[in-house]
Design a protein around this ligand. Structure first.
Ligand SMILES: NC(=O)c1ccc[n+]([C@@H]2O[C@H](COP(=O)([O-])OP(=O)(O)OC[C@H]3O[C@@H](n4cnc5c(N)ncnc54)[C@H](O)[C@@H]3O)[C@@H](O)[C@H]2O)c1
Length: 320
């Protein structure tokens, strides 16, 4: 079995979106491994506190910029790795900033690919399970081409990510850029925005405040949740050891939304009641990754849902 390099000393990494949830954890992993990391962000959904945290590492530098409007002039640096992780990802953003989402995943991704071509850098695109839409096969394997509504309320994100995958593959086939594509499934953990509208922050914060837990639909829809430290470990495996074909990244343990609410109540010891409201249009009914491809690279999720929930709720408590 191939092994992950333990040290990244001497390597230079560009992380687009470094003020965000997943990208800030990714930046920290590579800083801890000794790489030089340069971050880019315009703070549209990211947080300045994540940049303050990363700035404690002497090998971290940062430029505030909107990546689809233009990248800094990196003439004194040569990147080994470019990680395209800049995109709002939460359903509440789909209504408020749909054009920004479409532009960063199309024009922004293309600018980063051009830079990767110029620098001879390896490039990684963070795509999403949303490229499968409301899937008709279960669990989802990478060869499944998806069931996406191109004009639905989620299409600004789903279709933009499908375009991001297409342009990444085109830079591979046309210019032989060394590319990776990951399809991230639901991820949770510290540094998520408490108000980002996704299941775990919603439920945990409702329980912490003693409010009712709001379930959309009857709660029988399923999701698979991956703790963020497992996710960044999976990304590292794909970047270092993978190939250019897409990889599902996540944790295949599947929970109904109702089970998820019960587990959160159980692990946090809250007294909240369940309240039910209408299921949003195009909300996927079942979502579970087949991760056999990334497991062949040596990746295995390690953090149980109960452990991850405790760490996440500690983080949300610290913000109260
Ligand atoms: N968190 C998940 O469960 C999940 C699931 C699937 C895919 N992803 C993908 O992973 C990546 C990170 O997601 P996240 O959940 O950490 O989101 P996030 O919003 O916390 O992080 C994204 C970062 O990108 C920045 N950004 C957005 N547009 C930008 C622009 N034009 N210029 C510069 N910076 C910009 C934001 O300010 C933010 O800091 C995204 O590409 C997302 O689509 C995440």
């Amino acid at each position: 079995m191939m092994k992950l390099p333990e040290s990244m000393e001497g390597k230079t990494v560009l992380i687009a979106g470094s003020a965000g949830f997943v990208p800030s954890h990714m930046a920290e992993l590579y800083l801890k491994k000794g790489a030089k990391v340069h971050g880019l962000d315009n703070f549209i959904t990211g947080s300045k506190s994540n940049i303050e945290l990363l700035s404690k590492y002497e090998n971290f530098t940062f430029t505030e910029c909107n990546i689809y409007e233009g990248l800094p002039d990196f003439k004194d640096v040569k990147f080994d790795y470019i990680l395209s992780l800049a995109s709002p990802a939460s359903p509440i953003d789909f209504k408020i900033i749909p054009l920004e989402i479409m532009r960063v995943n199309s024009e922004g991704t293309m600018k980063l690919l051009e830079l990767a071509k110029d620098h001879g850098a390896r490039f990684l695109e963070a795509s999403t399970s949303e490229v499968y839409g409301d899937p008709e096969i279960h669990p989802q394997v990478e060869s499944y081409v998806g069931h996406v509504n191109p004009i639905g309320p989620r299409s600004c994100y789903d279709e933009a990510k499908r375009y991001a995958e297409a342009i990444t593959m085109t830079y591979k086939t046309k210019y032989n850029v060394d590319t990776r594509i990951i399809r991230i499934f639901n991820t949770y953990g510290p540094r998520m925005r408490p108000d980002d509208g996704r299941v775990i922050p919603n439920f945990v914060n409702q329980v912490l405040k003693g409010d009712d837990i709001t379930i959309y639909g009857d709660g029988s829809q399923t999701r698979s949740f991956c703790y963020v430290s497992d996710l960044v470990n999976a990304i590292d495996h794909v970047l270092m050891l993978g190939d250019h074909m897409p990889y599902n990244i996540g944790n295949p343990d599947e929970y109904t939304i109702k089970d998820c609410a019960a587990l959160i109540l159980d692990s946090l010891g809250g007294k909240s009641e369940l309240s039910f409201s209408e299921l949003p249009k195009d909300d996927p009914k079942r979502r579970r990754p087949d991760i056999s491809r990334v497991m062949k690279l040596g990746y295995l999720p390690k953090v149980t849902f109960a452990e991850g929930l405790v760490a996440t709720s500690e983080y949300f408590k610290s913000l109260m």
